[in-house]
Design a protein. Structure first.
Lengths: 427, 193
């Protein structure tokens, strides 16, 4: 019976491949008219243009609020608009975080067609980060905005834990690019924790994870942005060398610590006196020694990932299909899976899938080596950074971590004095 | 004031060196933005934008995953009927299950699990079949029946007014035949007629 079923499906499969006209077109005598059915295509271009305009406008508003007004007020409204429009109305796609994968794929694969909107969604926030800091994260990104809106209290995560967790976005980024350039999966889109919340439905596990992140962000600012978001990792690079930098206050700092307490992402570093007295040359020599270890970590990472590449390549459809085909060829009596039904139904040969499989595995070996080297580099640099301790006399913004939410402005007493002194002169 | 401070710093002070490194970083960052933009610009505009996900009915094998893997609660994939291809048969492979004892409209005899196929008598011996899109869940059972025993006038398509246009279509990641691809506006539907 099972065999019969298989044959029936195979016949069905072949039937589709060929044009079939088993029954002739009927000659109607009653004057029957064919119904005229139209299938609507939404005007996607219009929405896409609106998306881009809103993206630029909202980032502009955030920049204006940060640099001209020194206040969070407008950023709060931008967050609401972003969650409403980009989140619940446009339901998330395409977002800047996911666009990383499209860009990576387009860079290595000439046949992949990259829409202009995706390129702009990728580049514009980076450009703004390079000019003004992470204004995109502040409230234009619906994920950040949503977490910021529910944030109530800022419990601090210990520095050791957060230093370790901050490596995750980089590793996530590397894996996302690895799976994108090998055309396997878009893992950022696949494991997006908030999309289910915005779409009010979807994968239950991911919605629960998203809800958990939101509950966590009530107690500590933006856990997703800080410890998961791969685009945030990218933006932090550009933000740390940005041309203009956010200033807490135009007046001098009075070391009151209020801004430090108000910062949801722990991006304001307190004054620090480096008690460790070592001569300059020892310090330099120590740092140089670390940089000698760095290549070792890079090579180790590259080798480890190269060894793991056959297993990682299972993320690709063709590799999984090849495994199934080989298994089926060894035990032909077992029931066919849907993939195998399609494979045999389309009349594909074992040689063809073997060639595809071998090409994919080679491709994976190459990209995994590079990914491993980058992972070694990221982990190595994170460790080296721990050893650099600089003295600070005042509270300073760490521009790589600062998400430009503007929470600190309203807490700085120097800003308040400025506003009060301004008010009488205005009235 | 700032200028004075800078002048007061010795030539190889750490502050100056840090500023220099920052400048290098800025140049690299700005350069990489330009490089990505410049490198990808020629790839734009050469073709029409591929905006929509669509099923190629000639490749589709009706595995049934369209019903279960769409991110929407009820899949955006629906069955579409090409009337000009249909044979208007009484014994329709898409309408009735195989090996049914009696050809009546009792639910146990019908292929569609949601009763989305409506059948209307036209003239002897022809029947017209219509899909009620509200009820269709995109399972493709009728498509399989029609392709195996009929003209293949029933086929699956992604309804563009329902599709959320995900960056990567979730169904396409599990589609065993690779029938789901991005298509430009002009061919947003791959219609059979």
């Amino acid at each position: 019976m099972r065999k019969l079923k298989t044959i029936a499906t195979l016949v069905g499969g072949w039937g589709i491949a060929q044009a079939q006209n088993r029954f002739p077109k009927p000659d109607f005598e009653s004057g029957y008219q064919y119904p005229d059915l139209q299938y609507a295509v939404p005007n996607e271009t219009l929405w896409v243009i609106l998306d881009l305009l809103l993206l630029v406008a909202l980032m502009g508003i955030v920049t204006w609020a940060l640099y001209k007004k020194h206040t969070r007020g407008p950023i709060f409204w931008v967050s609401l608009i972003s969650v409403g429009y980009f989140g619940f109305f446009r339901e998330g796609c395409v977002c800047s975080i996911g666009s990383i994968q499209n860009i990576a794929l387009a860079l290595v694969d000439d046949s992949y067609h990259l829409p202009l909107t995706v390129l702009l969604f990728f580049l514009l926030p980076i450009l703004f980060a390079f000019l003004f800091g992470r204004v995109f994260c502040a409230g234009v990104c619906p994920f950040g905005a949503l977490q910021e809106l529910v944030n109530v209290k800022n419990y601090r995560i210990s520095e050791a834990i957060s230093a370790a967790l901050k490596v995750i976005p980089w590793l996530y980024l590397i894996f996302a690019v690895l799976y994108a350039v090998t055309r396997s999966q878009f893992i950022i889109c696949q494991f997006d924790p908030f999309i289910g919340i915005f779409r009010l439905g979807g994968d239950m596990g991911l919605i629960l994870f998203g809800a958990l992140l939101l509950v966590m962000s009530i107690f500590t600012g933006r856990p997703f942005c800080r410890f998961l978001c791969p685009y945030g990792a990218l933006l932090s690079l550009f933000s740390s060398v940005s041309i203009w930098k956010i200033k807490l206050t135009r007046k001098s700092c009075i070391n009151c610590e209020l801004c430090h307490n108000s910062c949801p992402v722990d991006a304001i570093r307190p004054p620090y006196a480096n008690k460790l007295k070592e001569s300059r040359s020892t310090g330099v020599r120590r740092l140089l020694a670390y940089f000698v270890v760095l290549p070792v970590m890079i090579i180790a990472g590259a080798l480890l990932m190269r060894m793991a590449s056959p297993n990682l390549s299972r993320a690709h459809k063709d590799v999984r299909l090849y495994d199934q085909v080989i298994q089926h060829e060894a035990q032909p009596e077992e029931e066919l899976s849907l993939e195998l039904e399609a494979f045999y139904g389309q009349g594909r040969s074992v040689e063809e899938i073997t060639a595809l499989y071998e090409a994919k595995v080679t491709e994976y070996r190459f990209w995994c080596t590079i990914a491993g080297a980058l992972m070694g580099l990221v982990i190595g640099l994170a460790l080296i950074r721990l050893s650099v301790k600089r003295s600070r006399k005042q509270y300073e913004i760490n521009h790589a971590n600062c998400v430009a939410c503007g929470q600190c402005f309203n807490y700085c007493p120097q800003n308040k004095q400025m506003n009060e002194s301004h008010k009488p002169s205005e009235s | 004031m700032a200028m004075e401070e800078k002048h007061n710093q010795p030539k190889n002070s750490p502050i100056r060196r840090r500023e220099f490194f920052k400048l290098c970083g800025s140049v690299v960052a700005g350069g990489s933005i330009l490089a990505v933009a410049g490198g990808l610009a020629p790839k734009l505009g050469s073709k029409e934008e591929d905006l929509f996900w669509q099923i190629d009915p000639t490749v589709c094998t009706q595995c049934g995953r369209c019903e279960t893997h769409c991110v929407l609660p009820v899949s955006a994939v629906k069955c579409i009927h090409a009337h000009r291809v249909c044979g208007y048969c009484d014994l329709c492979g898409g309408y009735y299950r195989t090996n049914v004892k009696e050809l009546n409209t009792a639910a146990e005899n019908l292929m569609c699990p949601t009763g989305a196929i409506q059948r209307k008598f036209v003239e002897d011996p022809y029947f017209e079949y219509m899909i009620d899109e509200e009820l269709c869940n995109g399972c493709g059972k009728c498509v399989k029946g029609c392709s195996s025993f009929g003209n293949g006038s029933l086929y699956l398509q992604i309804k563009q007014d329902l599709c959320l246009n995900c960056n990567e279509c979730k169904i396409s990641t599990v589609c065993p035949s690779g029938a789901i691809t991005r298509v430009p506006y002009a061919t947003a539907y791959k219609l059979k007629e």
